[in-house]
Design a binder for this molecule. Structure first.
Ligand code: HEC
Length: 140
């Protein structure tokens, strides 16, 4: 019995620390023209490092250090999230889904939101911490 207890808890902790069963809200969808927008920073992958800083400051409290999703927040490593276009992710970050606990980040400057999208693309399934080279967000 003791053995069962010891093995159960680490597994449970792991499940709570990553929202692998996350399912996107089907009613929360970027309009077509927003989803079709291209990331203006797509040819500057080095700016993902600044995106990581913005992510640490604004997002880890809910999405966790490596975007794995705490509690109800989306596991951003999942294909259901990564398969969406840059434009769709940018739109979701901008508008949020307050009914389901995702705030709007329209207060973060436009280009910095695109920079966060760059960083989201570096998230790898199973990573505990994402290391990227140092870099500063562009001023705008
Ligand atoms: C207060 C908690 C909280 C914070 C802070 C937060 N999120 Fe979220 N986020 C959520 C929740 C909860 C969801 C799931 C919403 C849903 O179920 O529709 C979500 C969903 C998302 C999604 C969409 C996943 C999908 O369904 O397609 C993205 C992308 C995202 N968050 C990115 C971010 C980024 C980037 C930041 C920081 C700028 C951030 N979030 C900050 C709680 C949060």
């Amino acid at each position: 019995m003791k053995w069962a207890v010891l093995t159960f808890f680490p597994a449970a902790a792991l499940l709570l620390a990553q929202n692998v069963n996350y399912q996107p809200d089907t009613k929360w969808r970027a309009p077509e023209e927003a989803a079709a927008r291209k990331n203006p920073l797509a040819d500057k992958p080095e700016l993902a490092a600044g995106g990581r800083k913005l992510f640490k400051r604004n997002c880890v409290e809910c999405h966790g250090d490596s975007g794995q999703g705490l509690k109800k927040a989306a596991d951003l490593q999942l294909p259901v999230v990564q398969d969406q276009s840059d434009g769709a992710l940018h739109w979701k970050i901008t508008n949020g889904n307050p009914d389901r606990g995702m705030p709007s980040f329209s207060g973060i400057p436009e280009l910095q939101r695109w920079q966060i999208v760059l960083y989201l693309r570096t998230l790898k399934p199973g990573a505990t911490e994402n290391k990227s080279p140092a870099g500063e967000p562009p001023s705008r």
